[in-house]
Design a protein. Sequence first.
Length: 96
Amino acid sequence: IIIIQRSVAKRNGKLDPMGEKLASRMIQICNAELVAITTIPLTATFMARGVGYSQDFPWQAEAALAALVFAGLSFKYVKEALTFEDSPIALDSSSE
């Protein structure tokens, strides 16, 4: 949401400098995307080859675990996105 607000502000010519907290969050998001880009194809390859598959383990338990993880992480990240507040930027007046 902050990124969209910054995009609109940039279009209107009122872009403020990015704070440390927002910059850190943006780095975390980029790193998570890079990890996802590399692990998703690797996981898909393992799944296609049957690595880690067990017929003794019920698929319902696997589906429930996946749903719980997805719901928990979705709640966490949506809550962070809606409540994010950037730290104020301390401008150094000695450089003027």
